[in-house]
Design a protein. Structure first.
Length: 405
């Protein structure tokens, strides 16, 4: 940012509970536009903002078809108490979309062009299945030319290259479940989770629906790997050798129990500069210190959090030791395990309340949810700084550093 740019503050963060992303999940009957509109009303009620106080709404959404087409940001705004006053734009940076939306809002505020921006994400994976929008990533010509493989195989490749074993992944997954259960029992998410209410005023879902607190590493060890047949029998493992000829055999370690869960959900944060907050009687909760996005190798695909983190730290003039908490999206167990290995971190500062393996990964919303979790945890523990990062399809990474006020 230029020297004269204002500080960028996070004033509020709110999310829905995550519902199982299937037709028997509690949020299946709730359209994603309603998930998002309900959160906008929640922010309006929590802050007392007037309908015309916010300059823009930036929403991440990955599968922008069907119920999530036609600029869901604007349609949600029209259904909310902000009404016609709030414009909206919907963006797609795959799994990083929710955090990218917040970073986009921070750039708008930091440039001085906007005063207050609402930003976050939404994804109804039960109503709009992942991949139903098609696109070039599924084009056989691109797959063969670049060597792109399904993410599960990329996750297994990452584990193979980093020496991460099936036992490592299962232990990590079981711990994610344990931490999530403990966090829910302690009310760690209660400040930011807003129940989903139907049009009759009845509660549809009040708490995260996916966690399985009875999960153990021993139980997970009985599950078959999900991507072995796809990789070995369909020749997809061989595609990885275009870039990684040293890998004679991909060690397939991931399965449904140590990969992120498919869920529905939404999250939004209120971003602004100091003068706008003072004008509207808002109390800042954190400052955005730095943001970063990177392009990375698209076959391995999921290693982007490492260079994104390094770039964000450099922008902030910080080192890895300056960060008190990390939220590293658990797209697959190998991703946070590789992250901790790369930066020589133990798990006492990483995903302290569990992650997407236990709670689920509502694609476009996850990054915004992770930022809210990090913010709440900093406040609860009296800590200062957190870094949020996600791997992204096609070989990208995104990261954001926040500092508690």
């Amino acid at each position: 940012m230029p020297a004269q740019a204002p500080d960028v503050w996070v004033y509020d963060s709110v999310r829905t509970p995550r519902g199982r992303g299937k037709d028997n999940g509690s949020l299946y009957t709730t359209r994603p536009v309603r998930l998002l509109a309900g959160l906008l009303d929640g922010v309006k009620a929590r802050t007392g903002l007037a309908a015309d106080a916010v300059d823009d709404l930036v929403i991440g959404c990955v599968t922008q078809v069907s119920d999530q087409g036609a600029c869901i940001a604007r349609t949600a705004a029209l259904l909310s108490g902000f009404g016609l006053h709030l414009p909206g734009v919907t963006l797609n940076r795959f799994c990083g979309s929710g955090l990218e939306a917040i970073n986009h809002a921070a750039a708008m505020v930091g440039s001085g062009l906007h005063d207050l921006v609402l930003a976050g994400g939404v994804e109804s994976m039960s109503r709009v299945p992942m991949g139903s929008d098609g696109g070039a990533l599924f084009d056989p010509d691109l797959v063969l030319d670049v060597g792109i493989v399904p993410q599960g195989i990329s996750a297994d490749l990452l584990a193979t290259l980093r020496g991460i074993t099936r036992e490592d992944a299962d232990r990590f997954a079981a711990e994610s479940q344990r931490r999530a259960a403990a966090a829910m029992a302690a009310g760690a998410f209660s400040r930011s989770v807003q129940p989903v209410i139907d049009e009759n005023g009845q509660v549809v879902l009040a708490v995260d629906e996916l966690p399985r607190p009875d999960t153990t590493a021993e139980k997970l060890a009985k599950l078959n790997p999900s991507f072995a047949m796809m990789g070995e029998q369909f020749g997809l493992d061989a595609l990885t050798r275009k870039v990684y000829p040293q890998v004679e055999r991909v060690n397939h370690i991931h399965h449904a129990g140590n990969s992120s869960g498919i869920v529905d959900g939404a999250a939004v944060a209120l971003i602004g500069h100091r003068e706008a907050g003072e004008r509207h009687g808002l109390k800042p909760r954190a400052r955005i210190r730095a943001v970063a996005t990177v392009g990375d190798e698209p076959v391995l695909m999921l290693a982007g959090p490492m260079p994104a983190t390094e770039r964000a730290l450099k922008k902030a003039g910080m080192s890895i030791g300056d960060i008190d908490l990390f939220e590293v999206n658990e797209a697959f167990a190998a991703v946070p395990l590789a992250f901790m290995q790369h930066f020589n971190l133990d798990d006492s500062r990483v995903n302290v309340h569990g992650g997407a393996i236990a709670l689920g990964h509502p694609l476009g919303a996850t990054g915004a949810m992770l930022l809210g979790t990090a913010l709440d945890t900093l406040e609860d523990r009296g800590l200062s700084t957190a870094l949020i990062t996600l791997c992204i399809g096609g070989g990208m990474g995104v990261a954001t550093i926040i500092e508690r006020v």
